[in-house]
Ligand binder design. Structure first.
Ligand SMILES: [Zn+2]
Length: 293
């Protein structure tokens, strides 16, 4: 009886006092955890260089590389793998993470076809739609439509939807974008916005959301001012964490400074946010950051 009460006490104290923590694993790959439940967004640790995009080339998830970074970052349990869109730099290692940690893949119909082709079964797949809500542990996740911007000069590469399962070895061009989601994550500890693209449409539903913490992809942004006006000031966030800052055409650097994405202007981003009184944290691979106390 005594030990039973002790167990209840421990469980109660963990659920009441656990902080929400975050770790970054490059591009927009990240874990958000309350100590009981870990969400893994956009696992794409395997990187591909420009030559891998040649039409006759086949690409695949590099499990040894993924294991190295999971180990190094201390990721040893995952309850949900959630993918914002189906390009390789967001989805390539998702099926492996689902199998390794015996959890479930959440994403668009295109992401589901990546999972199916990599041998995931229907109970490991959950398709999500724009305007939906799903729950994992104490996290409630709402999904928003934030269309993927063109890559350059108005041109969108790998556009369209993945209509049939993609096998583990396939061309990078098979990984078509599909629907693109941003996520609003609420938890008894607070609210987190993960805006997966830099620019959102004027007066979209995302603009009305307040959050304690805002994650935002800042690669290929139109301007920092636009992000500030459309997303960050309206959220009233206490903490802003920029994502999609490293160069995904290079392997994740195991030592030294990360390779920043070309033309990212991270300094300019930091300075403008700080000048408007916003706290910015530029993440480093594997560093644990407390988001909510
Ligand atoms: Zn993309």
């Amino acid at each position: 009886m005594k030990s039973f009460l002790f167990l209840i006490l421990i469980t109660f104290s963990i659920s009441s006092f656990a902080q929400i923590k975050f770790k970054w694993l490059g591009i927009t790959a990240m874990t958000i955890s309350d100590g009981k439940t870990t969400l893994f967004f956009d696992p794409a640790i395997t990187r591909f260089g420009p030559l891998d995009f040649l039409p006759f080339k086949k690409i695949q998830s590099n499990h040894a590389e993924v294991d190295y970074w999971l180990n190094r970052c201390g990721v040893n349990s995952v309850q949900a793998t959630i993918v914002n869109h189906a390009h390789t730099d967001h989805v390539i290692d998702a099926p492996y993470v689902v199998k390794k940690f015996k959890n479930k893949l959440f994403g668009s119909s295109s992401v589901m076809n990546v999972g199916r082709g990599h041998g995931l079964s229907s109970h490991e797949l959950q398709e999500i739609k724009h305007g939906g809500v799903f729950k994992i542990g104490d996290f409630t996740i709402s999904t928003f439509n934030t269309p993927h911007p063109p890559h350059a000069a108005g041109i969108m590469l790998m556009d369209g939807h993945i209509e049939k399962p993609i096998p583990p070895q396939a061309s990078a061009w098979d990984y078509k974008v599909g629907d693109t989601f941003s996520f609003y994550i609420t938890h008894p500890k607070g609210k987190i916005l993960y805006q997966s693209v830099a620019d959102i449409e004027n007066n979209g539903p995302l603009q009305k959301l307040e959050a304690d913490v805002a994650f935002i992809s800042i690669a290929n942004r139109t301007s920092t001012e636009k992000i500030l006006t459309e997303t960050l000031r309206p959220t009233k966030a206490n903490l802003v964490i920029p994502l999609h800052i490293d160069n995904f055409l290079y392997p994740m650097k195991r030592t030294g400074e990360i390779d920043l994405w070309w033309g990212l202007k991270l300094e300019e981003f930091n300075q403008k946010l700080q000048a408007s009184g916003l706290k910015v944290h530029v993440p480093k691979y594997c560093d644990e950051v407390t988001l909510l106390n």
